[in-house]
Design a protein around this ligand. Sequence first.
Ligand SMILES: C[S@@+](CC[C@H](N)C(=O)[O-])C[C@H]1O[C@@H](n2cnc3c(N)ncnc32)[C@H](O)[C@@H]1O
Length: 305
Amino acid sequence: MNHPIPSFANWSPSDLKSEILLGDCAEVLQRLPNESVDLIVTSPPYADQRKSTYGGIHPDKYVEWMLPRTAQMFRVLKDGGSFVLNIKEKAMDGQRHTYVLELILALKKQGWLWTEEYVWHKRNCYPGKWPNRFRDAWERCLHFTKSRKFKMNQQSVMVPMGDWAQTRLKSLGKNDVLRHDSQVGNAFAKNIANWQGRDMAYPTNVLHLATECGNKGHSAAFPLSLPQWFIKLFTDPGDVVLDPFVGSGTTVEAASGLGRSVIGIDVLDEYVQMCRQKLIPVQGVLLEKAAKYNVDQVSQKICRR
Ligand SMILES: C[S@@+](CC[C@H](N)C(=O)[O-])C[C@H]1O[C@@H](n2cnc3c(N)ncnc32)[C@H](O)[C@@H]1O
């Protein structure tokens, strides 16, 4: 019989900790207490990718494979928590497979609210072409919650007003002072004139981030700024972040660097070892890093092209 991880039950915000656990997250997650995690941010194996390393799941079986794992995630997530799922469907036989869309519908049936979809635009993606499409330069970051009311620190990811202060906001038309939420497609919302003279604005739901594959020791790592941005947005210092498909430990580095406790799980021992090695230096400079990351550099870098 599996028992809860003893050290985990006593975690408190003033006592930052990290646990890197080996195993299939379907089983390992059963050891975590109910409603004990504030944010899940993860990039699971994509269907049929990387068969030679951690095994591929056939796209037709992907939803069936994922649901027992997301059921555990639902159980361990707090009511006001968030689940950010970085995923992208592949093209098969000249068409996009629909497994991500099917997964979204299945997650809604499981009780998740599909609250938002963020787009990770891979800003350093080089051009390319196939007979029926161009190079894929974006991935989904699906945002699920358990309830309509959830923790969201919007101020923590504000971006400089940038060019808007010099151009669009300088000479406003009649409609700009009348516009309402439903009509605007920018970050300002409501009356655009309200934003004149301000230095910072809210970002959009498109994150412009370069991929970082070198020196990571993992062929499918996401950039450090990706989990950093979501951790700042959906958690407070001292909260608990979980990555059930942790790979090279990017989420571990981001969360502990921002002063959050973190649990990482991977089915391959080599990645668990890699994460544990990363953790020691990260924890050693925790306060210094937290101070550095809390400056708004992270969000500014992400939201500017
Ligand atoms: C896309 S990678 C994650 C990469 C990670 N975001 C990073 O930045 O390094 C997916 C990871 O999930 C792990 N994995 C695959 N199946 C798993 C399972 N059932 N339980 C836990 N981990 C699993 C793989 O070993 C792989 O490291």
